[in-house]
Design a protein around this ligand. Sequence first.
Ligand code: SAM
Length: 395
Amino acid sequence: MTQELFLDGRVALHAGDCRDVLREFPDNHFDSVVTDPPYALVSITKRFGKEGSAPAKDVYGRGAAGFMGKQWDTGETAFAAEFWAEVYRVLKPGGHVAAFSGTRTYHRMACAIEDGGFEIRDQLAWTYGSGFPKSHNQPGGFGTALKPAWEPICLGRKPLIGTVAANLLEYGTGAINIDGCRVATEESLNGSGNKPLSYGGDNHRPYHDREPRGPTQQHALGRWPANVLHDGSPEVIAAFPSTGPSKSGGKSTGRNFGQEHDDDFTKDRPRTGHDDFGGSAARFFYCAKASKADRASSKHPTVKPIALMRWLCRLITPSGGLTLDPFAGSGTTGQAAWEEGFRAVLIEREAEYRVDIARRLEECGMGPDELTYSRATASSHSVQDGLPLFSETHH
Ligand SMILES: C[S@@+](CC[C@H](N)C(=O)[O-])C[C@H]1O[C@@H](n2cnc3c(N)ncnc32)[C@H](O)[C@@H]1O
């Protein structure tokens, strides 16, 4: 198996089609899968000219340009149960998959994940404010599309070998990391806390049961994480109702849960800790702000915010675990996993993006001077700094 290793061997990059590369891994190898497959957003009509002109087996498959003219924006892999069956094979029992998708094509991917053997555990919403409607305006105030403001994330789990506790003991997987992903707050959280259990060995995070606390107790680590995440943008904050100033008086602590690497590369990103958001109900949900640094000089059109990828890695990966991203793009999962103290295996088919992944991961290990030089060199190669991180150019 040919792989490029980065960050003291903690992140491995494989070149090729993930359907081929995955065959080389043993059963029950990975602890989690965090991925962002192509959404295949360009319709069958646009791809092939008219309804029905594509061979039945090639619906959403390769053969015509997809999102932003990209040949890779197709569903032949992520909409196929056979692909997810292979992901199932290489994932440990109780291991979770978090997979992004588009609102129009989510159903195809979610069915394929389920048909591949997974149990669908949840659907998370990633909401953002920077989307533009791709609408064809019609006379009289009519159009053809709404403004995109969220993307679904499918949360699946490979079935357990028995109880959650037994699975945790055997494999370290099966539960999600509630405490590591709580939403920081200074407000009093009556009755929403939980008592730690001590499942797992040295390499396992402490997981938690659902035993409620007394009515006057406050959970020191924050609110129970919800299946809604947002980017903290003014549009999103305004879309949530105002519940009045919080009891904390709107103080921002800048607290962030999870491991922090105190290097220059991560210092410049916005913190994702407690923020009152002027009393907006947005404060009840995890805020993963995007930073310019997330792009790491890549021209990839669908770069995800590192804060968001870190939260997802942290949610479903046991301490010190190995995460897989079969559709790595510019490598945000690899960076996020490393920043959280995990190991990662990335697979990317396009050579152009593998160069971006290599640069991103090399920059993770750099000191401030080296980093400044690397970024200056990369931007002198006409990188499109103006590309948004997600939303309207996303898939
Ligand atoms: C939506 S992008 C991922 C973007 C990534 N989350 C980021 O933040 O940069 C999906 C990636 O999957 C890659 N891809 C598509 N089909 C693939 C396949 N069968 N095997 C490996 N990579 C594939 C594409 O080249 C593309 O870079």
